[in-house]
Design a binder for this molecule. Structure first.
Ligand code: SIN
Length: 312
């Protein structure tokens, strides 16, 4: 009988997968303490495999949140367009009603409405995001993530070959059916961000191909007619949000979600708007690289500068 070598390597953390394709809960680590390099490496490996990892019972302060994030990359400004928490420039407040002062009117809700990867209007969208729950409703308010690498693998070989060649334009705009408020217009004018990304990006450290479609931000496919672009985007948006590629996370105060923003998209909850409970989370994003397509071409900034680390 051969020896299982992995059993001889001390495992510092526990990694517990939640679905077939995405999401794992990690235990055996206190995120308020400085992490040993081996623990950082194990969390990175879990993130690479499972795309989003979750921690429970981690009541982090803003400063501890920044310190934890900094072990994995360079935090950026909280949000390049919508700002940050006073006194904590790397922290973005994900407040229950944060969208209320940006858009008005009746939202046209489609199966993929609200799904997005963070800040893909930038030429270098964040590599990862780390969201921590502080005020959590007693029920409702779950977040969903989807695995964009697995979604790519789920396309036919013929369609994969076609989307490999395509690029698309990402920008902030009010969701369909809604109008921008003055605040939305002013903030986006002050920091305009529009970028062209490959529809399929290649992850440098793994060679994995990812269907890099971010339904809230990806507006049109370059080189197609408006109708062709709309129909193909709808097919891809519907495809990436199929339940088999997703995981749904139930928050508690002290829960932390850490996702690879290059290989996932996520959906913030809408059921909280029919409940009276408050919900307050805080997010830090890590500086990302400029995506590169299957043909080796990098993304292109149409408007705006790359998002740098904070402080630069
Ligand atoms: C986000 O989109 O980063 C926030 C997700 C959430 O509110 O659950």
């Amino acid at each position: 009988m051969s020896t299982d070598v992995s059993a001889l390597v001390p495992q510092r953390i526990g990694v517990h997968p939640l679905t077939g394709h995405i999401g794992a809960e990690i235990d055996g680590v206190d995120l308020r303490q400085p992490l040993a390099p081996a623990v950082v490496a194990e969390i990175r490996a879990a993130l690479q495999s499972w795309k989003v990892v979750f921690f429970r019972d981690q009541p982090l302060s803003h400063a501890e949140h920044v310190a934890f994030a900094s072990a994995f990359g360079a935090p950026t400004i909280g949000h390049p367009v919508y700002g940050f928490v006073e006194g904590h420039p790397q922290v973005y407040a994900v407040a229950r009603d944060r969208l209320a002062d940006r858009h008005t009117g009746d939202l046209l809700v489609r199966p993929w409405t609200g799904w997005h990867s963070d800040v893909t209007a930038a030429v270098n969208p964040p590599a990862a995001s780390i969201l921590r729950g502080v005020v959590i409703p007693p029920y409702g308010g779950d977040t969903l993530w989807t695995n964009l690498a697995e979604a790519y693998n789920g396309l036919s070989e013929t369609l994969r070959g076609f989307v490999d060649t395509l690029r698309g334009v990402h920008q902030f705009s009010p969701p369909e059916g809604q109008q921008a408020t003055d605040g939305f217009v002013q903030k986006n004018a002050a920091r305009p961000l529009v970028s062209e990304h490959p529809l399929v990006r290649v992850i440098p450290e793994t060679g994995e191909r990812v269907l890099f479609v971010s339904p809230s931000f990806l507006k049109r496919i370059t080189g197609l007619t408006p109708r062709e672009s709309q129909q193909l985007l709808e097919l891809l948006f519907e495809h990436v949000t199929r339940p088999e590629y997703t995981v749904r996370f139930r928050w508690h105060p002290g829960s932390v979600a850490f996702w690879d923003n290059r290989t996932t998209a996520h959906l913030a909850p809408r059921d909280i708007f029919s409940l009276d409970f408050d919900r307050q989370l805080y997010r830090i994003t890590l500086r990302g690289d400029v995506p590169v397509g299957v043909d080796g071409r990098p993304s292109l900034a149409i408007k705006g500068d790359p998002i740098d680390a904070y402080p630069a």
